[in-house]
Design a protein around this ligand. Sequence first.
Ligand code: SF4
Length: 179
Amino acid sequence: MKPLIVVNAATATFDCSFGRGCEGVCCRHGEPSVTPAEQARINGVLDRVRPLLRPEAASALDADGWLSDQQKVGLPMTRVVDDWCIFFNKGCTLHSVGAAEGDFAKYKPIQCVLFPLEPVGDGTWYVRQRGYEGEEWDDLFCLNPANTTRQAVEALAPEMEVAAALGPAFTWGAEPSGK
Ligand code: SF4
């Protein structure tokens, strides 16, 4: 497997502080799009995920399902309930169920697994940052490079490994291989 080429590796900083002051704000209004294979994996584990959901999210799931009627990159997106992704409850419940089986990425949409890595479209990637490629990210302090000196390529080593395994042709909307 070829190592991932991150075009802003020299300058990008990032340090996820979930559980260390951040309550998981990247999942507020989180609406990842979900491929058919990812949908099937999530549907297959819903009976274990549902008891972990916020009560209002569980009610929304029962009433309307977990997919919204909106699309991104040609795919349906997860539903938002009271401002948070339906699967969020003090953390990602899909992450928790996967991690309990030894693979945090097993049920999580690939867009969430790889955040804040973004494919450029030519096989290379970049770390999303405030001010890079015109991105704003006023709501996520972790994407303000002024807030940490930790090198993103060190902090994101597990995510980069997943991205590298997808191969250079991967783009959002494609079915991730190897998941
Ligand atoms: S699927 Fe999980 S990681 Fe993705 S936005 Fe929802 S709660 Fe967050």
